[in-house]
Design a protein around this ligand. Structure first.
Ligand code: ADE
Length: 248
């Protein structure tokens, strides 16, 4: 898959794209990343990429022409269908289902918004989708674009060493992950739960599901409604609720 990123700060991407899974995916040619500096596509000698908003108000707005020009430049070179995504706090919130959809695309362009906003004509005429990475405001779309690329890269077949870890991810089933432990069995008096060392796979499986239910109930109760729990899991959940009430 090829990802083109349009940004005013392309050097921000250097570190994150040169480590770990993204690095490996690039080395294996599973992922090709092209960075474009928006300023190079400004039309005036001052390389202006933003301007004051019509109607007044605080802050600057990113201009439509440089974005139009850089998109044309990328599209002329590629001559293929490309999905254009704007990163902004106004977008649809990224989740694992969206990451699965995005990774099906062969070519994606990510536009990193900056300043107080982007000329609305970019949304109306130039993009296919607008994505946010959560309900908070970053200083720009760059970190959000990194998040999108990371979420996609690990879904590319062959990018992650052990594919099981992708399949078993939390959100593949909408419950939070169960707790994991490794050696030593005891550290500072803190012990690994006995059942995980029992070798009894049925008991281990049961413990893990109960652990997922407990964590999800505590941190993301909203997910339980979409989780399609079996009757047995529903019963376990009720038991967990009772014990949590006793403890609180
Ligand atoms: N730009 C600023 N905040 C953002 C967010 N939460 N998601 C995506 N892009 C952004």
């Amino acid at each position: 898959m090829r990802v083109d990123i349009i940004s005013l700060f392309p050097s921000m991407f250097k570190g994150p794209f040169e480590e770990s899974i993204i690095k490996r995916a690039r080395e294996k040619s599973l992922l090709e990343i092209h960075l474009h500096n928006l300023r190079e596509f400004a039309t005036d000698t001052h390389r202006t990429v933003d301007d004051t908003p019509f109607g007044g108000g605080a802050g600057m707005v990113m201009k439509v022409e440089p974005i139009y020009r850089v998109l044309n430049y990328i599209k002329e070179n590629l001559k293929k269908r490309i999905k254009v995504v704007l990163l902004s706090p106004q977008g649809k919130t990224l989740n694992q289902d969206i990451a699965f959809e995005l990774v099906k695309e062969e070519n994606i362009i990510l536009i990193c918004g900056r300043y107080e906003g982007v000329d609305e004509r970019v949304r109306e005429y130039l993009i296919d989708e607008e994505l946010s990475i959560g309900d908070y405001v970053l200083s720009g779309g760059e970190i959000a674009a990194m998040v999108v690329v990371d979420a996609m890269a690990r879904l590319l077949p062959g990018a992650v060493g052990d594919e099981r870890s992708v399949k078993e991810d939390s959100f593949s089933r909408p419950l939070l992950d169960y707790a994991q432990y490794t050696r030593p069995v005891e550290f500072m008096g803190w012990k690994v739960p006995e059942v995980l060392r029992s070798g009894n796979h049925q008991k281990i499986g049961e413990w893990r599901i109960k652990n997922m239910l407990k964590k999800t109930l505590r941190n993301r109760p909203d997910l339980l409604e979409k989780a399609n729990l079996t009757l047995e899991e529903k019963r376990w959940l009720e038991e967990i609720k009772k014990t949590l009430n006793l403890n609180s």
